[in-house]
Design a binder for this molecule. Structure first.
Ligand code: SAH
Ligand code: SF4
Ligand code: F3S
Length: 436
């Protein structure tokens, strides 16, 4: 057998990094690398990083520090840094951590194999004109029932706190024909649920004839036989076009779940964040979405302690959360990021920000529990994703993306079943399979 080399791949950050990691593993597969979960047996270590908050970013350096003894005992070991820290810090990473061999930004992944073949250190953080996905090898073989599909990448919104427009570059939409072909291929290989990904997924736009906006694209995807479920993330409130909202009422495959980050409930802070909408406009949007699909479950992201945030601003956030009623939400303490406009401003007192984060998280947890409890007794559909830990148990996701546990000795991964919810725990449901 030819020399098989082993790749250890660690992914931080968002779902787009998960998708990119999969694609990089495939690209490296063509170079004779198979992935391994065992760090010690790796010939190459690739860290796919996230720059969104300081903690996420610093994790790279502590992980690289831990690789020093491994590299010392194995000088041929290649160490690569990909993702958003690679893009933001470039050759600074090599200066801080000389054990790194290559640094590759998110728009240069198609050049990764060539970089790996090269001797010595290299850095590629170009934003090329070509589409990296055109040059990454196609996937082959059977796969699990759920998949991500990147339809759009980059961001032109420039929220005052956020590094993404700098690390991922300007908004670029992939062509509809390519996406439909990729989706058909995924379905042929066993996928029943596709989550469309983009930093601003609802800003997706098509060129020429065919789908024009994300609502159109979803309608075109729904025509693929065997594609039972469609989701998308992450959306910006200002890009929720009427056509996308109406798709929620009209396309049965489009799941009743929407991640719609608002960040704050204070108009003053929303303005300072450059979000370009008010709390009232967001609430109006939520009402229109719920009119189209009354059972939709909404989730959001929040930042507390943004520079200048007062108690009254924070109370406005709490009021907005109470007014919407979320199924779940992520909340973060503001982290000043180098190069962003907000980083120039005086920070909120740390202890105050901590207390606000706690209060917000308590409220969100309460709402999440209520949303889970409200499912008890209801009939749901569940897509089985894996066997559970108990014998005869299956684990899947409901339409509302809740984890569901069922006793179903006949069940198989990839089955889409009807079920009755028996009980709710804070983060999961248990259910009984219904016949048919
Ligand atoms: N593109 C998506 C998500 C971007 S990052 C969107 O626009 O919604 C995911 C979340 O991280 C953001 O929604 C925001 O809540 C949080 N985030 C981004 N920058 C941050 C920062 N500097 N400090 C704290 N949280 C941040
Ligand atoms: Fe960042 Fe704002 Fe763009 Fe989201 S919309 S990626 S928060 S700049
Ligand atoms: Fe992080 Fe980059 Fe995603 S900064 S959240 S990995 S787009």
């Amino acid at each position: 057998m030819a020399d098989v080399k082993k790749l250890y791949l660690k992914t931080y950050g968002c779902q787009m990094n998960v998708y990119d990691s999969e694609r990089m593993a495939e690209a490296m597969g063509a170079e004779g690398y198979v992935t391994t979960e065992v760090l010690e047996e790796a010939d190459m270590v690739l860290l796919n990083t996230c720059h969104i908050r300081e903690k996420a970013s610093e994790k790279l350096y502590s992980d690289l520090g831990r690789l020093k003894p491994l590299k010392a005992g194995k000088p041929d070991l290649k160490i690569g840094v990909a993702g958003c820290v690679a893009q933001a810090e470039g050759d600074e990473i090599l200066r801080r951590m000389p054990l790194v061999d290559l640094v590759v930004g998110p728009q240069a992944y198609h050049r990764l194999p060539e970089m790996v073949r090269r001797q010595g250190q290299s850095v590629d953080t170009e934003f090329p004109a070509e589409d990296k996905f055109d040059h990454l090898p196609q996937r082959k073989g059977k796969r699990g029932p759920t998949a991500f599909l990147t339809v759009q990448e980059g961001c032109d919104k420039f929220c005052a706190f956020c590094v993404v427009p700098y690390t991922r570059g300007a908004e670029v939409s992939r062509p509809a024909a390519r996406l439909l072909a990729e989706a058909r291929d995924l379905v042929e290989r066993g996928v029943r649920e596709i989550t469309l990904l983009g930093q601003n997924v609802n800003a997706w736009h098509g060129e020429g004839p065919g789908p024009r906006g994300l609502g159109d694209l979803i309608r075109a995807l729904a025509a693929i036989p065997g594609l039972d479920r469609i989701r998308y993330t992450t959306s910006h409130p200002n890009d929720m076009a009427d056509d996308l909202i109406s798709a929620h009422g009209e396309v049965p495959q489009l799941m009743p779940y929407l991640h719609l980050p608002v960040q704050s409930g204070s108009d003053r802070i929303l303005m300072a964040m450059n979000r370009k909408h008010t709390a009232a406009q967001y609430l109006d949007l939520v009402a229109r979405i719920r009119a189209a699909r009354p059972d939709i479950l909404l989730t959001s992201d929040f930042i507390v302690g943004f520079p200048g945030e007062t108690d009254a601003d924070f109370e406005a956030t709490m009021a907005l959360v109470r007014a919407v009623g979320y199924g779940a939400a992520f909340s973060f303490k503001y982290s000043a990021r180098p190069g962003t406009p907000a980083a120039e401003k005086a920070p909120v007192d740390e202890a105050v920000a901590d207390a606000r984060l706690q209060a917000l998280q308590a409220l969100i947890t309460e709402q999440q529990r209520a949303a889970q409890a409200a499912m008890v007794g209801r009939e749901i559909s569940v897509l089985y994703e894996k066997p559970g830990r108990m014998p005869g148990q299956m684990v899947g996701k409901s339409e509302h993306l809740m984890a569901v546990f069922l006793d179903d000795a006949q069940g198989r991964v990839g089955d889409l079943v009807r079920a009755r919810v028996l009980a709710a725990a804070p983060n999961s449901l248990s259910a009984r399979r219904l016949p048919g």
